[in-house]
Design a protein around this ligand. Structure first.
Ligand code: PLP
Length: 408
């Protein structure tokens, strides 16, 4: 008899079968059993259901959206509108009549759209905004650009850094009170950090700024990887910005979800042009696939692999795992390794990170090895990042650990 898995009541064998069945649905993964794709934080692989949806769309209805009046065009318009609703449903939007979904090419484009099309019109002279200086630069540059744009118009806005603890890889909620003031009008945060993999505890930021300040969430590393529910009181945010391509949809896809409650309604400006209809078809299929599989199960699987890798690395003396999450672990009672969501970043004491990346690829592991687009990072800050999705296996992690162990 097989042991029962303590965390979700299914046996280890059942979980392994479940995962094997899912992995088999990723054609590029199964075509290369000699390789291990460990770079899903950059972009995800695509299941057959997504590829099929794209093929079906292009071979049955391809047309422009919102323009023609013939059946292909109508079907395309319906697809785009249906997928807007699908995004709301996927994010468990409790009030879909009072929210907006705007399609983008990814998180960078989405954050820039919130900055340019909403924030720039919302701020007034003397306002302050709080933004993360140690997260992905996609979540810093657009806010700095708004400051410049407004300065050119004679509107002075102060940009303050969200306090950050490098050791834990989390926002420093104790220092947050010190930077929040009566003119704080907007906060940009990240849901899961793209280097440290930790959940950034957005509820603490909400508690510090109070109920009225709009919060924009960079959910690039959470949507598609774990349940993201805007109905959850712990995720009381006004914008959720994500990349469809990191959530199993095609490259060039993403979305902004905006709650039309605090401040003026988000309306992307200017002529929108032709939408990425093929990308939208892929996004609808990806969200259907993820909901059918269950993002909670995806998160448990990648969480278990992440914990295995983190614990394994800790036993190997030459390696340092970045963002230890110790303080978070201690507070929440959850072991530090289990707080990571599918991302583990590390360094070797003596081997430069880009060399380590090459060595790992010579053994078939595709990882990210550089400064990881972190705002403020320099070349010396290079590291190796392993990032996972549901198609990765225990065997891949164990094989990686044994190669890492052989490098002294
Ligand atoms: N934000 C975070 C946290 C990310 O990890 C990334 C990509 O790695 C981005 C933003 C940018 O996403 P995109 O390349 O889809 O614009």
């Amino acid at each position: 008899m097989s042991a029962t898995h303590p965390r979700h009541g299914t046996s280890r064998d059942e979980t392994a079968d479940w995962q094997r069945g899912l992995r088999e649905q990723f054609p590029l993964i199964t075509a290369h059993p000699e390789l291990a794709y460990l770079d899903s934080a950059a972009t995800s692989q695509k299941p057959r259901a997504v590829l099929d949806a794209v093929q079906t769309y292009l071979t049955t209805s391809n047309a422009n959206a919102g323009r023609g009046t013939y059946p292909w065009a109508n079907r395309t318009t319906e697809l785009v509108e249906r997928t807007r609703q699908r995004v709301k449903e996927f994010l468990r939007d409790p009030d879909p009549r009072r929210s907006t979904v705007h399609f983008t090419s990814g998180t960078t484009d989405g954050l820039r759209s919130v900055a340019r099309d909403w924030l720039a019109a919302y701020l007034t002279d003397g306002d302050e905004i709080l933004v993360p200086f140690a997260d992905h630069r996609a979540n810093l540059d657009p806010w700095l650009e708004v400051r410049h744009l407004l300065a050119d118009r004679g509107v002075e806005v102060r940009v303050r850094a969200l306090p950050y603890q490098t050791a834990s890889g989390d926002y420093d909620h104790r220092a947050l009170d010190g930077v929040v003031g009566p003119r704080t009008r907007f906060v940009a945060v990240t849901h899961v950090h793209h280097v440290y993999g930790g959940d950034m505890n957005v509820h603490r930021v909400r508690a510090a700024v109070g109920p009225d300040v709009p919060i924009c969430l960079d959910a690039a590393q959470s949507v598609g990887h774990l349940p993201v529910s805007v109905a959850d009181p712990a995720l009381d945010v006004d914008f959720v910005v994500f990349s469809g391509h990191k959530a199993l949809a095609l490259p060039g896809t993403g979305a902004v979800w905006a709650r039309n409650a605090r401040g003026p309604v988000f309306r992307p400006g200017g002529w929108q042009g032709t939408p990425n209809t093929v990308g939208v078809a892929s996004l609808e299929a990806a969200l259907d696939w993820l909901d059918a599989v269950g993002t909670d199960r995806v998160a448990r699987w990648t969480g278990a692999l992440t914990a295995r890798l983190t614990e394994g690395l800790r036993r190997l003396a030459p390696y340092e795992v970045l963002g230890c999450q110790a303080s978070l672990g201690a507070e929440s009672g959850v072991p530090a390794a289990q707080r990571r969501h599918g991302i583990v970043t590390f360094r070797h004491r003596d081997i430069p990170s880009d060399d380590l990346g090459f060595i790992l690829f010579s053994h078939g592991f595709m990882v990210r090895a550089d400064s990881l687009c972190q705002a403020g990072a320099t070349e010396q800050d290079g590291s190796v990042r392993v990032s996972l999705h549901v198609y990765n296996t225990v065997e891949e992690i164990d094989r990686l650990l044994s190669v890492l162990a052989s490098l002294h």
